[in-house]
Design a protein around this ligand. Structure first.
Ligand SMILES: Nc1ncnc2c1ncn2[C@@H]1O[C@H](COP(=O)(O)OP(=O)(O)O)[C@@H](O)[C@H]1O
Ligand SMILES: [Mg+2]
Length: 374
């Protein structure tokens, strides 16, 4: 096992800069996920660590071994790096049994037969496939094939594990189960891992830390809860979970931690605890998660909704644009001063309008107008 350091990683394909200036340290035994939309540079980063692709700039080190250093002209070929790589396509050899597939990397490394048998048994038990050793890949489900692919990688004891969207070929149900299984396996393995996905649920549920990427850059690095609750910018807020964005103008300035008064496009006002200083006249975007918003009840200030006591909040007039039952609750579309808002409610609201309650604390204030999709 080993830690991984990536410094200033840059990779271009012709005129396209796939990754630029990526810095990342993954601690020994840590599970870090690269998360972001398609084309943001996740696979390029992983391929550079594995040595499948030679980067244009930067440095990559695993433990005390330098894999790549552009400035010093160091580039280790993939076979000298000891990375365990698993892709979304299982790529098992169809004409070989499970046991033979798993044996292959050991045969290549000239591991003696007795030791080979012991390790195959051990690794198949680890991925809970020991009963399937004699089967052929076509006799297995997609999830089982992916476990074998993982076993084939783990069997040669890589220094680090690199997983590129390993569950994305599975259908939704299988994928859920595979994710739960992987979450359990990763704690038993304790292997330094970089996991690539565009699926936020996978990222949130599996990772020690998440690296959110956007256009070849790192947008934010943090623990899952931190990324979800304190997104660094509107891109992260929008990509992880559902976020309601309210474009507004500051009318009552506040220092960081103070209470700012904001005005919406239609003149309605609300208060918010400003995470950073807000200057009078400044254009801002206030972000709330759907679960932070409630239907206001007359007099009480806050109405129905899950969670603890209502605390202090603002009540705002909205127009109802849609209602859909999503199982266990309703998703209500609202128009608030021209912004599209998504609210969760236990019962469908009646009428065309709704008074919305927003807590003073808990919203996130971003600088600038909303150029994010509402
Ligand atoms: N072999 C390649 N040739 C040209 N462009 C590439 C190649 N591989 C990746 N790219 C481009 O680099 C960018 C990042 O790609 P990639 O790392 O595969 O994204 P992700 O894995 O996040 O979906 C994209 O714009 C992609 O089109
Ligand atoms: Mg990719």
């Amino acid at each position: 096992m080993a830690d991984l350091t990536i410094q200033g990683l840059t990779k271009r394909f012709g005129g396209v800069t796939a990754v630029e200036g990526v810095d990342l340290h993954v601690a020994d035994g840590e599970f870090v996920t690269l998360l972001g939309p398609s084309g943001c540079g996740k696979s390029t980063t992983l391929a550079a660590v594995a040595g499948l692709d030679r980067a244009d700039g930067g440095r990559i080190q695993v433990g005390d071994r330098v894999y790549f250093d552009a400035a010093k002209g160091i580039y280790l070929p993939p076979e000298a790096r000891n990375c365990g790589l698993v892709f979304q396509s299982y790529a098992l050899w169809p004409h070989m049994t499970v046991a033979d597939n798993v044996a292959f990397p050991l045969t290549l490394r000239k591991v003696p037969a007795a030791e080979r048998r012991r390790r195959i048994e051990e690794v198949l038990a680890l991925v809970e496939m020991e009963r399937y050793a004699a089967r052929y890949p076509h006799e297995l489900s997609g999830g089982q094939q992916q476990r074998v692919a993982l076993a084939r990688t783990l069997v040669y004891r890589p220094a680090i594990l690199l997983l590129d969207e390993p569950l994305s070929n599975l259908d939704a149900k299988l994928r859920d189960r595979a994710r739960a299984w992987l979450a359990e396996l990763r704690t038993r393995l304790g292997l330094t891992t970089i996991y690539v996905t565009h699926d936020q649920i996978e990222a949130l549920s599996l990772s020690d830390r998440i690296v959110v990427m956007n256009g070849g850059h790192i947008a934010q690095i943090g623990a899952p809860q931190q990324i979800y609750e304190q997104p660094a910018d509107p891109f992260v807020a929008d990509f992880i979970g559902t976020t309601n964005f309210l474009p507004a103008r500051v009318v009552g300035a506040a220092p960081a931690g103070g209470r700012a008064v904001l005005e919406l496009a239609d003149g309605q006002r609300l208060e918010t605890v400003a995470g950073r200083a807000a200057a009078a006249g400044e254009r801002v975007t206030l972000a709330y998660r759907p679960e932070q918003m409630r239907v206001a009840t007359p007099g009480a200030g806050a109405g129905e909704g899950p969670g603890e006591g209502p605390g202090e909040g603002s009540v705002l007039a909205t127009r109802i644009t849609s209602r859909s039952y999503v199982g266990g609750q309703w998703q209500v579309g609202l128009d608030l001063a021209g912004a599209a808002i998504r609210l969760e409610a236990r019962t469908p609201p009646a009428g065309d309008t709704l008074d919305l309650w927003l807590p003073h604390a808990g919203g996130i204030l971003f600088r600038g107008g909303a150029d994010v999709a509402a």
